[in-house]
Design a protein around this ligand. Structure first.
Ligand SMILES: C[S@@+](CC[C@H](N)C(=O)[O-])C[C@H]1O[C@@H](n2cnc3c(N)ncnc32)[C@H](O)[C@@H]1O
Length: 240
């Protein structure tokens, strides 16, 4: 990375009260290189300019810290993680997080395994599969302090994917675009049915851009009934 982009990364993270060391910067550099290299073979991202990757992927991912729900020791699952967003940037900065990366596309899982290997990340697990299937498995269901997700589905559907993984008193954090009033209204029933309640919606501006996002923070109040998550055709055709 050139000096300008290193400063962008460091100052952008500082904007979220995250202090990056040179080791963190080197880890982000390695991640960037792998992302660009693998993106030539498999579809990982349409964003390839170094400065844009820093803002739209790395800093955007780190914005989850603004939720106030990350101390650095949580057990987190990233649903539909793709090329590792938002959770790999969080793992780089908070290495004590225990992290599970779940995605339904195996090629992306193979890429993530390479990232884990090259960045020497520990306490991190990959899972190739669908959220609806793994949310019903005993080793995954209600086993996480936090489930996070970016750009996977509309909130009512995403709630059924993500809330079953969360332990009671844990949180589901959805990264959403700036206009979510309608989506929030439409997902009220789903969130309640799955045992959650919207605790807060946090505004985020990605540093060095004018892009605004919202973090929807859902607290899990009671256990999710065993009939959820349903089979994919029901989740999509008849969202809660
Ligand atoms: C648009 S990409 C977003 C990737 C990443 N979260 C990001 O923000 O860059 C959506 C990802 O979700 C995965 N996905 C979609 N539905 C899923 C499901 N039901 N279970 C697991 N993964 C899913 C897709 O394979 C894809 O990698």
């Amino acid at each position: 990375m050139d000096r300008k982009n290193i400063d962008k990364l460091i100052n952008g993270a500082a904007n979220f009260n995250i202090n990056l060391s040179m080791f963190h910067v080197e880890q982000f550099e390695k991640y960037f290189k792998l992302l660009i290299e693998w993106n030539e073979k498999i579809n990982l991202t349409s964003i390839t300019d170094e400065g844009d990757v820093i803002t739209k992927h790395f800093l955007d991912s780190l914005s989850v810290f603004k939720s106030g729900k990350i101390t650095g020791n949580e057990n987190i699952i990233d649903i539909g993680t793709g090329a590792g967003f938002p959770s790999i940037p969080l793992k780089i900065v908070f290495p004590n997080i225990k992290l599970t990366l779940l995605d339904s596309i195996n090629k992306r899982i193979v890429f993530l395994e390479e990232v884990i290997d090259k960045l020497n990340l520990e306490n991190i697990y990959t899972v190739h599969g669908r959220a609806e299937d793994y949310g019903n498995k005993v080793n995954f269901r209600e086993k996480y302090d936090l489930s996070v997700s970016r750009a996977v589905a509309s909130l009512n559907i995403l709630a059924e994917y993500c809330i079953p993984f969360v332990t009671v008193n844990g949180y589901f954090i959805a990264m959403k675009g700036p206009s979510i009033e309608e989506e929030l209204k439409l997902s009220k029933n789903a969130i309640k049915t799955l045992g959650g309640v919207v605790e807060n919606v946090v505004d985020v501006v990605i540093p060095y851009t004018e892009i605004m996002h919202k973090l929807v923070i859902v607290k899990k109040k009671i256990k999710t009934q065993s009939i959820y998550p349903r089979k994919p055709k029901f989740i999509n055709k008849k969202p809660l």
